[in-house]
Write a protein that binds this ligand. Sequence first.
Ligand code: GRF
Length: 219
Amino acid sequence: MKTAHLKKLAILISGSGSNLQAFIDAVANHKLSANIAVVISNRPDVKGLERAANAGIPTEVLDHKQFSDRNVFDQQLMKTIDQYGVDAVILAGFMRILGDDFVRHYQGKLFNIHPSLLPKYPGLHTHQRAIAAGDREAGASVHFVVPELDAGPIVIQARVAVKKEDDADSLAKRVLEQEHQIYPLAVKWFCDKRLVLTQTGALLDGQLLPATGFQFQHP
Ligand code: GRF
């Protein structure tokens, strides 16, 4: 396949990389016309790096513990990403907070997935918090990244019912299955030039998306 016209992605991970795998599969199955140019992990020896290597994708490790402060880490991360000349940066379970300089550098092409129905539960332990609050539904959100944590315009959300017998692990598992559907889809829209970030919010096919993003209907 010719790759010159394909959008190039950098995917940033910290762990298992099941969302990364969803991207690898979407590319392999021609559901996403993109080229994963590099996978970068801030942790060595994680499963996601193995998944990338198995798919023949170049990998880089930038161990945050080796850096004197956040800013130095962010600068090096930008330098590494920019060597690959990518069109979008995909945070896929990347467990580092990125500084404003980094976020501004990639504004409009920096995406994150968060395992809650934002604006509910930014930060950690989202599933536990949803269960503790007695929520009847939980889910995941893909959003453009802005300097404030987990707060950028939402592109798409998937909802799952919370069951009486759920604990954080069982709920996380069902939400993760939805993450694997919606994240490659959101990035496909971006690669197909259907999705753009503007001053007023995220536009899909020229229409401003609602504050909760496109609502994904799963079978
Ligand atoms: C996902 O639930 C993601 O939303 C969260 O961390 C998890 C990463 O999973 N930020 P994986 O590494 O993609 O398997």
